[in-house]
Every structure is written in structure tokens, then in C-alpha cells.
Design a protein. Sequence first.
Length: 209
Amino acid sequence: MIDDQALFRSGLSLVIDSQPDLTVVGDAADGADAVDLVRRASPDVVLMDIRMPNVDGVTATRTLCAEFGDDAPKVLVLTTFDLDAAVADAIDAGASGFLLKDAQPEFLLGAIRAVAAGSQVVAASATKALFEKVRAHQTRSPGAEFEQLTGREREILLRAAQGLSNAEIASVEYLSEATVKTHISRVLAKLQLRDRVQLVVYCYEHGLL
């Protein structure tokens, strides 16, 4: 857990440590300590404050992903503002998603478990507005990588970017969930994206949504 507010770290630790399957293995007050903390404590998930006075959460996330590569812990960014422009940059840097700091404890705990299991978590109520606000002026046409997608893959790309789960996409597209999962994997590979959160970013950056 990395956050410059000691009281917030303490409160969050109490909530997390109250769960039998979750444990806080370390904390730090600045993003500059992120690499040392991860190297020392080997966490599965890092809760990262987006705005800190010295090294911010975006820089710390980028550093973690560069330093540890595929072995980097999942990063869940926490922010006070639902339209914080830095959140999109953190996702670009490698974060697995973001939550607002005023999220209900049950939702936060569920998000930690989901991210640890390999899923992506995004504060759904803020997603559309956030990316429209932050990326509108940077919209550019898709490149050659987009041309590699089949018609079906493009349909599934848009469905996933709109927030539909594999089961929901399967229902709408009249496919099995296994087939949808395969298509999603191919889309991510062809577009060189890490996960579904980056998929959403890609669609907003290229004016597909």
C-alpha cells in the first residue's frame, strides 16, 4: 500500500487485515519507495495513491512495471477525484484499474480479490466520462494493427470496451463464452494490449467509442 496519508493507510490496513484471505504486507508514504517495498514484501497487489508530493502514482506504477516486468504485482490505483486525468495515465503505465477512495469497503475488498485473480477493475460510474474528458483531444485513427482484426474481432472489441462481460458478449453475439474468450485473447495480442482496461483506453484514444 502506497499513500502519503498515514491515517488513510492505517484505516485501510484495518479493513484489509480483517479479512481471513487478505493481509497487508507493507506500506510506504511515497512512490519513490515502491520498488524497494515490492522487492522486500513481494505483494500480489499494490494499492497506489495517484497523487503524492514527491513521486506520484503514475511514475511509481511505470517504474514497477519496468523493473519487474511480467513478475510485477497488480497495481490498483486509488484516487479522490472521479475525473482525475492522471488515472488514464496510470492505466497506460500498467495499472490494472482504479477505484475512488470513497468506495464502500466491500467493493474495495472485492476489487483487491478480483485484481489479484487477474481481472481488471475500473470505477464504472466514472469510466466513460473520464476517458472522454482526458482523451478527446488526442483521438487518432487506428493504425495498421487494427486492420489485422477480423470483422467479428472488431465487434467483440467494441462490446468489451463498452464494459460487457464475456457472458454478456456471448449472449449478444450468439457465441460460447469459450469462443469469446479466444477472440478477446486474439484482439489483445493483435493490438499488443495487456488487458481489457488497456483495450478500453485504446478504443477511446482511437475514437472507436
